[in-house]
Design a protein around this ligand. Sequence first.
Ligand code: IPM
Ligand code: MN
Length: 334
Amino acid sequence: MANPELECQTVSHRVAVIGGDGIGPEVVTVALDVVAAAGVELDTTDFHLGGARYLEDGTVLPDEILEELRGFHAILLGAVGNPEVPPGIIERGLLLKARFALDTYINLRPFELDSGQEFLVIRENTEGTYAGEGGFLKKGTPDEVATQGSVNTRKGVERCIRYGFELASSRPRKHLTLVHKTNVLTFSGDLWQRTFNEVAADYPHVETAYNHVDAACIYFVEDPKRYDVIVTDNLFGDILTDLGGAISGGIGRAASANLNPDRTGPSLFEPVHGSAPDITGKGIANPVAAILSAAMMLEFLGEDEAAARIKRACAMASDDGDTATMAAAVIAAL
Ligand code: IPM
Ligand code: MN
């Protein structure tokens, strides 16, 4: 006889939901409505985390909660950040702590151009300048020194680049561009370029290119269709993907997935945009980025068909109107 508990596990995915701050809860609610409308049953648990929680009790992401999060299949996050909280506390204490602890070493960000062509940025998500190496000497004095290092491990760089080749391999164009700044960052850039060249030998059918990050900014604006898949380091990827949003329907449509491809823990899905305190509570936030992030989550959970339907619906629905109108348009297009 079938074990009812096991059966239950196969039909519903356990998802931790962090609405967060500002417009985060507004857009996440819509994203979950769309997932339900697409016929996928999620077993969700809400977590109260973000700037508001920090202002209440001074905690950001307590270790017990992090351990609890490990028990989920995925995490869906709206946005975190509150203007009353000093910079770095929520970013480092919540977002980066979760990304690092769950070893979500790939930050995948797709962009759809007006022509309908899609390209993807793979951002290394656990190292680089985000690792937090550095410090102060003589802080607050006229002789103050601040350093901020970039940590690049062979293992970290290689697994990211290999993911890039695998992804490029699976796509019709089979094209992968490395973006870095090898002409100035001659240590980390050298490691990235050497590793890229070595891994490329395992994927002879993938065509490769290299762009310096400053040149890539021009190509993003003037000729983005040259790209298929891009792989880059954490900080370059952060900056380039805001630009990616700007050239492809706006940051209101930019989705992202923090993936642990080895599945040793849950992956975390979130829109690229922030908490947007200026429009919070007005009911005008564009929910599409959160909806598309939820679609990426469904894809990662094996719900390919529902994910594809949601993506198509988002492409058809216009960005006109308030949050409720846009949500209704996506659900109607489903
Ligand atoms: C992003 C954000 C974060 C980052 C911040 C909020 C820490 O800008 O997801 O792109 O820099 O990674
Ligand atoms: Mn960013």
